[in-house]
Ligand binder design. Sequence first.
Ligand code: ATP
Ligand code: MG
Length: 568
Amino acid sequence: MRYSKYFLPTLREVPADAEVTSHQLMLRSGMVRRIAAGIYDILPMGLRVIRKVENIIREEMNRAGAHELFMPSILPAELWQETGRWDFYGKELLRIRDRHGREFCYGPTHEEIFTDLVRRDIRSYRQLPQNLYQIQTKFRDEVRPRFGLMRGREFSMKDAYSFDRDRTGAEESYRVMREAYTAIFKRCGLQFRAVEADSGKIGGSLSQEFMVLAETGEDSVVSCDGCDYAANLEMAEVKGEVSGSFADSGQDPEKVDTPGQKTVQEVTDFLGISPINLVKTIIMNGDKGAVGVLVRGDHEVNPVKVRRLVDDETLELAEPELVQKVTGAPVGFAGPLELDIPLYADNAVSHMSGFVTGGNAADVHMQGVDLSDFIVKAFGDLREAVQGDPCPRCGGSLTFLRGIEVGHIFYLGTKYSEAMKAHYLDESGAEQVIEMGCYGIGVGRTAAAAIEQNHDEKGIIWPVPIAPFTVALLSLDPGKEEVHAVAEAIYDDLIQMGVEVLFDEREERPGVKFNDADLLGIPLRVTVGGRGVKEGVAEIKERATGEEQKVPIEKVVEIVKEMIDARS
Ligand code: ATP
Ligand code: MG
């Protein structure tokens, strides 16, 4: 590609409306342009990267035995009504009406549509299993679209759906997808972890998110330094047994005035105690009523774990008015004594005695409280993991990393197939419900995550497999006939060898060309200049390492080819 002829509008300044690096660099390197909140034009440079990611995904999905198809993006409401998601999906679903007043939506995900296809055309066990996928534009009316392609409203997703005879088959399909995803993100040249994610009621490790590790990631990933255990923060298990016998301080609970002291920090400072001697009482509310959750003062409640133990998916932190109603005190003074709601406690609390709690009255706490002073309905793992906690698998130490969720694999069971009557006939002619799984990858988000992970102050550093071009060829004196001829010859030879080259033959100063090459992040830079041509050499520089070498002009193509092969 000749730079002077290309549509590549780069920006020198950092755009004011872009908060994160990948968004800034995508705008500056002419990959994307915003046309409305969360809606972007993908320019030629951006599309080259998107296509590379798509092709890697496609190859690995096909290798895993999945079949590509293409669904519409405008979907009839009726299918969504069958599963109840027309109402449940809420405002993220962009609803539209046609000229006859019929309701449609712009697809945010396609479970219903794939299930509908399969229920109409699959009759027999002989036609199963199937794994079908598409790479397609989705629309989700996100509350806060931001960070460019990272969280858009319109975005490209690879979504796949597997259909199996039974759970064993579905688990196998899931395993095959986990391997395909691992291969995909490896081939993209990314550092990532597959982490255990919340699979709601299904449980087990049949939901995993693929996280690209980057300091700017929105998600917390908990990872073991000794084995390959990794989980997102809401799922990270805390190893800890509930104590068999509760210790008793021998004291009676005693009131202590704590005027205006609400937070753990304030109360413990005021009383001169450590947070490990205080028990926090958090009031949560759900469809089955309010509950109190007890955790040690230095720990944080994990709502996902509470929902699972209590078996109420709808539990959320209670509003201040409800806290007042339940405890008789403003937020900050809740305690377990004489509280008329079920109490659940974290395992760590079972090892405590003589602790401080709220007093269920404004400006009052209780001290010398023991577990014998109130009734705990159940103990369990209810807190968030912290740095240094022992790994639930191997006993190693847990550390925290930041990640960007680029993919998600999920065992669905019969949630959709049951609601939509996707059945098949088994060997004995009996009707059975199909078991499903779904598997998504954000294409644009993967490209953005690659930038978050691979950049420096000068610009992007593309991993070779997803780089828009592999070589940036710079002709520093395009006006000088002898220099120009050498650069043109190298360009032709590289193209002949199938190398993707961006040939910068613009009438620009060398500094401008160097800066643009760094900004665009093309893995190898080949520079042809007047002095070099006199000496018979050109310069090859690797973007990632900054290593430069001068090589004889006639060897350039050969060496470049070797370097690419070693990095692909
Ligand atoms: P998030 O929690 O980030 O909103 P999600 O759980 O809603 O993601 P899924 O429904 O699992 O995402 O979608 C599959 C994949 O699609 C995600 O792993 C992500 O890579 C991508 N994705 C989801 N929402 C967006 C978005 N708004 N913009 C870009 N990519 C997205
Ligand atoms: Mg989402």
